[in-house]
Design a protein around this ligand. Structure first.
Ligand code: ZN
Length: 456
């Protein structure tokens, strides 16, 4: 079959099927798929059976252990200037707490804002908004903000969601140990009420009480479906997205949609597996939300294959409108002209440029030097805001079948070409090259986020 006929088959098959949204709907029906939960276990078995049904040459779950965490109760209130209770949520891997302290607002939590308040943070409860400001030269992850608060000696941290709507936003703190200080999420409306209370320098005193549970050696699994390459089986292309969500929502957008796109691309390509040269591994990673644990464990467990992974494509965010239409290359810049030519030959308006992302599943691959890219919207107007991701409103109604299909078609056509390319320009990077690619500011962010095991 010609490439054009294969394209037609992929496009026709995906566009006329409801499989992508059916899979997403089923994944969401299990629950959040949060690491260590019953819904995770159900989703894992479901995805293994789907990969087998699609005709993968191998469909399996790959086990690892992690420090499990379960949400208990959380309350926050002002004790001065007035006594009042407010809604809040614990952030994952926060333990038990009963702290009282004066509130200090540090805005976006940039390094400059923290520096300016250096002497006012120790012993206080620091409030930071969740936005990554567009004027700052790079996105600022929650873990970096938290790291600066911990280093400043804060007694606790409150993340105020930037977008209004009475929603609190969750997100990882630490993954391999308890967060050293209590950290909670509150809505924009709650945070702004506290800021008004403190107008003119009036001290606002908060009391935070939290109770949560840890479980050492909790179980988790990545799910892998493989099309074994017909002529170059030893060379591997990895296509992955995390299937876990945060425990407060079904995680339909983040990232059930990405997992559904991986599965749908696998289904479309399995129909043409006789003509696929390199091995393609479709990976649904677990526990991305709490420290990229699934992908980190995958890279660790597959050390002896890393030299042979020619490309890793991460699809966190795929299937949400334009969110995944472009490719952010992770340091392997020789891929930029190559993939631009490929996109042009596919008639895909796909921007391709270098843009390192430290907090998604391609990162453990980059850290090990594997050529990688992540689906992104490189010209996006929504930089620095999260939408409904990480809130209780990340529900199935936010995802459209056509968006899942468009993403699955784009991915399947791209990966078909990558797996069958005669020449492939990218090679594994050395640790030195990886450090250079991440750069001094990236390495500082990793240090603040407690990720000193990276690179390698
Ligand atoms: Zn995600």
């Amino acid at each position: 079959m010609s490439l054009r006929d294969t394209d037609k088959s992929i496009i026709g098959e995906v566009w006329t099927s409801t499989e992508a949204i059916d899979n997403l709907s089923n994944l969401c029906s299990f629950g959040s798929r949060f690491g260590g939960s019953e819904s995770e276990r159900l989703a894992v078995d479901y995805m293994v059976s789907k990969f087998a049904e699609y005709g993968m040459d191998r469909a399996a779950k790959e086990h690892f252990h992690h420090l499990g965490w379960t949400r208990g109760t959380a309350s926050v209130g002002t004790v001065a200037p007035i006594v009042k209770e407010f809604d809040c949520i614990s952030l994952p891997h926060v333990g038990n707490a009963n702290v009282t302290g004066d509130l200090v607002y540090v805005g976006y939590g940039t390094s400059h804002e923290f520096d300016a308040l250096r002497d006012e943070i120790a012993g206080k409860i620091v409030m930071i908004n969740t936005r990554s400001p567009s004027y700052f030269p790079r996105p600022i992850h929650r873990k970096e903000k938290l790291g600066r608060a911990v280093e400043g000696g804060a007694a606790g941290v409150v993340f105020m969601r930037w977008e209004p709507g009475m929603l609190a936003e969750t997100g990882s703190t630490f993954h391999d140990r308890e967060c050293p200080i209590p950290a909670i999420g509150v809505s924009r409306e709650v945070g702004e009420e506290w800021r008004r209370m403190g107008k003119g320098g009036v001290p606002v005193t908060l009391r935070i009480r939290l109770s949560n549970q840890f479980k050492p050696q909790a179980d988790s699994w990545n799910v892998v479906g493989e099309i074994t390459g017909r002529t170059k089986p030893e060379e591997i292309v990895v296509v992955g997205a995390h299937f876990d969500g945060h425990d407060i929502a079904p995680g339909a957008m983040d990232d059930g949609a990405g997992a559904a796109v991986v599965m749908e691309a696998s289904r479309a390509l399995a129909m043409h597996k006789a003509s696929i040269k390199r091995t393609i591994r479709f990976c649904c990673f677990s526990i991305e939300e709490i420290g990229l644990q699934g992908s980190t464990n995958y890279v660790r467990a597959h050390q002896d294959e890393l030299d042979r992974i020619t490309f890793m494509l991460n699809l966190d965010g795929a299937g949400r409108g334009d969110a995944s239409k472009d490719l952010a290359i992770q340091g392997s810049t020789e891929l930029i002209p190559y993939l631009r030519r490929l996109a042009s030959s596919m008639n895909e308006p796909m921007a391709v440029d270098n843009n390192i992302v430290l907090f998604t599943d391609c990162f453990p691959f980059l850290a090990a030097g594997v050529p990688a890219a992540t689906a992104a919207n490189l010209g996006g107007q929504t930089t620095g805001v999260r939408g409904f991701g990480h809130t209780a409103a990340d529900t199935l109604d936010k995802v459209a079948l056509r968006d899942l299909q468009s993403a699955a078609i784009r991915v399947a056509r791209l990966i078909l070409r990558v797996a069958n390319a005669d020449d492939w320009p990218a090679k594994r990077m050395s640790t030195e090259q990886v450090r250079e690619v991440i750069g001094p500011s990236g390495l500082e962010v990793l240090r603040l986020a407690g990720r000193t095991e990276f690179p390698r």
